[in-house]
Unconditional design. Structure first.
Length: 268
């Protein structure tokens, strides 16, 4: 494998974002660059895709999804948004093991560790940094031969929320596919200019309860928004590494719907 073909690349954070982080002290994200996994199709790309990981970080499950999209003909970038705040792949896997343990006491006793590990995600400075990193990811895709502006985004859980956010922040996104993601604020929805296909599990109560309001806001803003809800499924139904949450029927159907949606929406 040549350097040009390496699956790991390093991309910069814009100088303006770095400068804005400095005055807020410990709340700011210090990282001036980030790594990303790139999966390349064998032939000419049919388009490009940003794949945004779950709250557990850029783990093998996510790079595997990137590889699956590449096998379908897409050039894919999966940025690592969490190592910059100390959530490495190893930390993410340890946190994931706690949350998905069949032992309720392990899940309960692990809550303080989880809260401490992910506390930085809740500050607005991280959100600004993460959106800047996603913008740099789009910059990278836009510069690649054969893409011609055909760029979409998908993500899961944490990444589903940031899929919505990137669609709202970057008009270069032609299609968005959030999996069980928290939508942006109602005022921000009006800045989404692409079609959105969003997936939910019916027992993911918090997201399902807010969905009517989200749908109304999308319609009011003129966003082409489609929500698909799967029965007998909850949060993280696509994650086949979780015996507790994975639902094969919902995962297979949502994958097929995603491919069909991208094939048409990315050309719009």
């Amino acid at each position: 494998m040549t350097l040009a073909e390496s699956p790991i690349i390093i991309l910069p954070i814009p100088a303006a974002t770095i400068a804005a982080q400095a005055p807020v002290g410990d709340r700011g994200v210090r990282a001036t660059e980030f790594s990303a996994y790139v999966a390349r199709p064998e032939g000419p790309p049919r388009g490009a895709l940003v794949v945004i990981h779950e709250i557990w970080g850029l783990v093998e499950h996510i790079t595997g999804i990137a590889d699956r999209f590449a096998a379908e003909g897409y050039l894919v970038i999966a940025p690592d948004l969490l190592s910059s705040i100390g959530i490495s792949e190893q930390v993410g896997l340890e946190a994931y093991a706690i949350m998905n343990s069949p032992d309720e006491s392990v899940r309960s006793n692990g809550q303080p560790l989880l809260r401490a590990a992910f506390a930085s995600l809740n500050v607005p400075e991280f959100g600004a940094w993460a959106l800047a990193a996603l913008g740099s990811s789009v910059d990278y895709l836009a510069e690649q031969p054969g893409i011609d502006g055909r760029i979409a985004v998908t993500g899961f859980c944490f990444g589903g929320g940031y899929s919505f956010a990137l669609a709202a922040a970057d008009p270069r996104i032609r299609a968005a596919v959030p999996f069980y993601g928290v939508p942006p604020e109602t005022a921000t929805i009006s800045t989404i200019s692409c079609a959105v296909l969003a997936f939910y599990g019916e027992t993911d109560t918090k997201l399902i309860d807010s969905l009517p309001e989200v749908t109304a806001a999308m319609q009011a803003a003129g966003v082409d928004f489609t929500a698909k809800i799967y029965e007998n499924a909850g949060h993280a139904f696509f994650n086949d590494t979780s015996a507790l949450m994975y639902r094969a029927d919902a995962a297979v159907d949502s994958w097929q719907r995603t491919l069909a949606f991208l094939e048409t929406a990315i050309e719009a």
